[in-house]
Design a binder for this molecule. Structure first.
Ligand SMILES: Nc1ncnc2c1ncn2[C@@H]1O[C@H](COP(=O)(O)OP(=O)(O)OP(=O)(O)O)[C@@H](O)[C@H]1O
Length: 302
């Protein structure tokens, strides 16, 4: 993993309150240069608040955000491509004019701004709408323009708040490709999402935040391995609670099939024997949890 000190982004010990509400408690993580970091958590967990603090839209009570080892100031902020949750484009301004304006604001010459606008609108499939007002576009196309706005000045960092929400599958693919490409260019990419299969597929590392606290942090595979083994047992006659007292069973979910979270002391043959004692067993398999299962466990384990 690249260090957050060389071209990486880091937040260190962020605390934020809104009146009596604690929105963030000691949140820290790093996104190395070229790394894609997925920020996941339930609604209201603190993802947007963290991103707003990175961008200086909100001030933290304590803690800091760093890029390349330096506290993020106005100069560094100009190098961050940000897609805010509350989408910040002017609805009555034309797509092309707006992108050129933003590129110029970030220091591009008039001709470079025009070239970058042409490139990104084409890449994101909105080149036909370049002369339309942003407000006249569908929400998905507005989002594509919003991503173009974050990219048009060749940012050194990307901070994207739910970039995939509301996109059609083709746009999801384009957005994924762009994120991967920027990371290959060495840009640290931080994005939030509730689409955990996408996060699992795209991200080098993830952070799971719940009620303002970072509950799990690491590479997706590492977190999945840390989550231990799951046994999936299809024993349709087994009564609820049948596996609760078996050694090595840490947690049991009894749905259509039984899913057991087990630790190193479990004996799968003993568990299989116990399952067979309840009646027929149609399936018995072990697997590591996916990110969605990890997420559920982390978020409900409070
Ligand atoms: N300006 C504000 N004033 C008061 N409370 C706020 C403000 N902004 C955020 N909050 C609260 O802080 C907490 C964290 O909110 P935040 O928007 O960061 O969550 P989130 O993880 O981005 O959620 P979502 O997935 O729903 O977008 C929530 O309880 C929210 O209501």
């Amino acid at each position: 993993m690249a260090s957050a000190d060389s071209g990486g982004l880091a937040v260190v010990g962020l605390n934020k309150t809104f009146g009596s509400l604690t929105a963030l408690s000691d949140v820290s993580f790093e996104v190395g240069a070229g790394e894609i970091f997925g920020f996941v958590g339930s609604n209201g967990a603190g993802k947007s608040t963290t991103m707003r603090i990175i961008l200086g839209v909100l001030a933290a009570n304590s803690g800091e955000a760093l890029f390349d080892g330096r506290v993020i100031d106005a100069d560094i902020r100009r190098r961050i491509g940000y897609m805010p949750e509350e989408r910040g484009l002017y609805p009555k301004m034309k797509v092309g004019d707006q992108l050129v304006y933003l590129a110029r604001l970030h220091g591009l010459s008039a001709s470079d701004a025009a070239d970058a606008t042409a490139y990104w609108t084409q890449r994101l499939g909105v080149e036909a709408r370049i002369r339309d007002n942003v407000g006249d576009l569908s929400l998905g196309n507005q989002q594509r323009v919003q991503l173009a706005a974050a990219l048009v000045f060749a940012p050194d960092v990307l901070v994207l708040d739910e970039p995939f929400s509301g996109l059609d599958p083709v746009a999801v693919d384009v957005m994924s490709e762009v994120i991967l490409e920027k990371s290959r260019d060495g840009v640290p990419v931080l994005f939030s999402s509730h689409q955990l299969e996408l996060v699992q597929r795209l991200c080098d590392r993830v952070g799971i935040i719940a009620k303002g606290r970072m509950r799990a942090l690491g590479a997706v595979d590492e977190l999945r391995a840390r989550g231990g083994v799951r046994l999936r047992i299809d024993a349709p006659n087994a009564p609820h609670g049948w596996a609760d007292t078996l050694p090595g069973v840490v947690r049991a979910d009894y749905g259509g099939e039984t899913v057991l979270q087990v630790d190193g002391s479990h004996d799968d043959q003993r568990i299989l024997t116990a399952a067979l004692a309840t009646g027929p067993v149609h399936a018995f398999a072990s697997a590591t949890p996916d990110l969605t299962e990890m997420f559920r466990e982390v978020v409900t384990a409070q």
